[in-house]
Write a new protein. Structure first.
Length: 133
């Protein structure tokens, strides 16, 4: 059986992106960055990691892959992430009643902040995520 150990994000500025994602998720480096690569892991080491790889590459819009971050306090988390350097992404096809807000990290890599309040768990919302998110 396979499991996802890490999602790798290509970055131009490893230090800036490392600071952003550490502050955003509360993750910590597994080891010091080595040769332009670092693995950020959840506190205690359990769960899916985020790896940052210093390989300059153009951001693709819409992205082929993005992260969905779950929270029960979407407004506060969106504001906190904006304060850390994220930007809000407007998408004309986003439904008015969408349970997600699209953001981009300081280098333009998109991710969604999904509101899980009231569901009593952290399972994905009903329905598929829209392709442009």
């Amino acid at each position: 059986m396979l499991s996802i150990g890490s999602v790798v994000i290509r970055v131009d500025d490893l230090e800036r992106q490392m600071s952003f994602w550490q502050a955003a998720l509360g993750y910590e480096p597994r080891r010091e960055p080595d040769d332009g690569f670092v693995i950020l892991q959840p506190p205690g080491g359990g769960g899916t990691c985020i790896s940052l790889d210093h390989v300059p590459a153009a951001v693709q819009v819409p992205p082929r892959l993005h992260l969905d971050l779950y929270t029960e306090d979407q407004d506060a988390e969106v504001q906190r992430l904006l304060d850390l350097g994220a930007t809000k992404v407007e998408w004309s096809k986003r439904p008015a009643d969408a349970d997600y807000v699209i953001l981009a990290d300081p280098e333009g890599n998109r991710f969604c902040v999904v509101d899980t309040a009231g569901r009593g768990d952290s399972t994905p919302p009903d329905g598929a995520r829209q392709p442009g998110s």
